[in-house]
Design a protein. Structure first.
Length: 257
């Protein structure tokens, strides 16, 4: 039976880099993102470069009915997905009350609800198949409250805690669960120049290479970069009010204008 790794948010940035890193290792892929055209181009390129089978599906994970239809298609296709990479995500900046509610709802739908639903649906399929692996992408922001990015930081904290809990629940089923918490990642679509200047952002390719190696070792928590690992640990040493003040000041200083 042909095995596939399914990656959401695969049309750019870290999702694309993870797709390429896995294809380089000979993995067949199912790529998921909102727009069909970039997915089709990526699928053709990866197939030609690495000789793997690359399927793709345009699906807005923020629309529950479209996600339901996609999950039904996967169930009926009987394709064996043994690696799920939940990389799709939305980020908002600035004061919470100044945001459009539709943008905040989209963030919750994609970062939390869609990720959880995919883990439930494909996790059950993996359990029937006898095992598999799930990688959920959180963020360094998951380790502390994030004023001026409050919804985003909270959504990534959910992903971190959910993934660690799920790992413990599923450890006897043959399903391995890991969570990736990268720091700033350079991306042409989501650049924060002042943040990249003050904190050396890793490239998507660097993060992807570190991640696939960590998956081979079944790491529970994956934090690429020594400095990022220190930053993830730092909130444990500080009072929470200090952490809130510091992260709020940083987010205000570096948020796009």
């Amino acid at each position: 039976m042909t095995r596939y790794a399914m990656i959401t948010g695969a049309s750019s940035g870290l999702g694309l880099a993870l797709a390429e890193a896995l294809a380089r290792r000979g993995r067949n892929l199912i790529l998921v993102a909102r727009q069909r055209d970039p997915l089709e181009s990526i699928a053709i390129e990866l197939t030609q470069r690495f000789g793997v089978e690359v399927l793709f599906r345009a699906c807005d994970l923020g629309e529950p009915l479209r996600l339901s239809g996609f999950l039904l298609e996967l169930e009926e296709s009987e394709r064996y997905i043994d690696l799920l990479v939940n990389c799709a995500g939305i980020r908002t900046y600035g004061p919470f009350l100044a945001q459009e509610w539709g943008d905040e709802q989209d963030l919750i739908e994609v970062n939390i609800l869609a990720l959880t639903r995919l883990c439930h649906a494909l996790g059950n399929a993996m359990a029937v198949q006898g095992g598999g692996q799930i990688l959920n992408v959180a963020s360094l922001a998951a380790f502390a409250p994030g004023p001026w990015m409050s919804s985003y930081a909270a959504s990534k904290a959910y992903v971190l805690h959910f993934s660690e809990g799920l790992r413990e629940e599923l450890r006897r089923t043959g399903i391995k669960v890991s969570v990736l918490c990268p720091g700033p990642v350079r991306s042409p679509l989501r650049r924060v120049p002042r943040l990249e200047k003050g904190h050396r952002a890793l490239s998507p390719e660097e993060v992807a290479l570190h991640t696939v190696r960590a998956l081979d070792k079944n790491r529970a928590l994956i934090i690429p970069g020594r400095r990022n690992r220190w930053l993830a640990f730092a909130p444990r040493l500080l009072s929470r009010w200090i952490t809130r003040k510091l992260t709020g000041a940083i987010n205000q200083a570096y948020s796009p204008r």
